[in-house]
Design a protein around this ligand. Structure first.
Ligand SMILES: Cc1ncc(COP(=O)(O)O)c(C=O)c1O
Length: 290
């Protein structure tokens, strides 16, 4: 089987021909940032917003961005020419390769840039129709969750809790409040109102979260951004997950108990259809800033 084409430091190469130094600070320290951009049949969804978030992550860790947003989009477009269909474009920038392992951030390193495509796997019809199971866990990650860092051990261990419970995600609670899930944002619905946790350092500011809040507003759904306590999560009529690959997905079982009626609720069906409409308008080249 031929190896898929990837971007590495300005070149397009087969993935199996790339070589990265073990001294790369991404490998040694997880000293890097990343993005995952959903692409539907060649059309990227909110690429500019993803590359702007990449810039914010780089600013947070003091890493100079080797490319402008327009340059990133051009590089992604070249890579996508090798990958038709629905793709998730993975973009990673690490601080580069120093001469020796040392925690101190060296000056003047050239960042390592890597970009690859993987087929985009969105929820199945069955998952959309019936919802998915989640479990909860204390949020044991660090306090800079707003940085989309490649240091993902906390998220990996959090996700594994749900894997072992046969669930799709782990919803995290910090000091009695919902933050997010291991690789998704979380929304809670009660009495016809949607709530989403604050956009602070304890969550990743999801591009999908942002889009859903805009679509909710346009679709006249009542949505407030505020802290959500554990009791509200457990008493919710509906819980939703959002991410670039999950899009928006209903949680119908939490820690083994049904959420609301145990079926995806009416507000989920509404936001899901608003999201699918947005995608269709995008495909038709008509998706204005939602
Ligand atoms: C921890 C975490 N929160 C939220 C999200 C959702 O972000 P987005 O909607 O930009 O994919 C992700 C996506 O990977 C994530 O890893």
């Amino acid at each position: 089987m031929t190896s898929p084409i990837a971007h590495f430091n300005g070149e397009l190469l087969p993935l199996d021909r790339l070589h990265i130094s073990p001294l790369d600070r991404g490998f040694i320290f997880g000293d890097g940032v990343y993005e995952v951009i959903p692409v539907y049949d060649g059309v990227a969804l909110r690429a500019r917003e993803h590359f702007e978030r990449l810039q914010r992550s780089m600013d947070e860790i003091g890493l100079a961005n080797p490319h402008s947003v327009d340059e990133w989009i051009a590089l992604m477009t070249k890579l996508l020419a090798h990958h038709p269909g629905d793709q998730g474009v993975y973009v990673q920038v690490t601080r580069g390769v120093p001469p020796k392992r040392d925690h101190v951030i060296p000056k003047g390193l050239t960042p390592t840039v890597f970009m690859m495509c993987q087929p985009l796997v969105t929820p199945s019809r069955e998952q959309v129709d019936n919802g998915v199971a989640c479990v909860t866990s204390p949020d044991f990650r660090w306090e800079k969750c707003h940085i989309k860092s490649t240091s993902l051990l906390g998220n990996v261990l959090a996700r594994q809790i749900s894997v072992e419970a046969g669930a799709v995600e782990t919803i995290l609670l910090r000091d009695g409040h919902v933050t997010e899930a291991s690789a998704s944002n979380v929304f809670v619905v009660k009495g016809g109102k949607v709530a989403a946790p604050p956009r602070d350092n304890l969550i990743l500011m999801g591009i999908t979260y942002d889009l859903l809040t805009r679509l909710a507003k346009d679709g006249a759904l009542e949505l407030e951004v505020r802290r959500i306590c554990e009791a509200e999560l457990r008493a919710a009529d509906e819980i939703w997950l959002s991410s670039s690959s999950k899009e928006v997905l209903a949680v119908t079982k939490l820690d083994g108990r049904p959420v609301g009626t145990g079926k995806p609720g009416p507000l989920f069906r509404r936001i899901h259809s608003l999201y699918q409409d947005y995608k269709s308008r995008l495909a038709a080249g008509r998706a204005v800033a939602a």
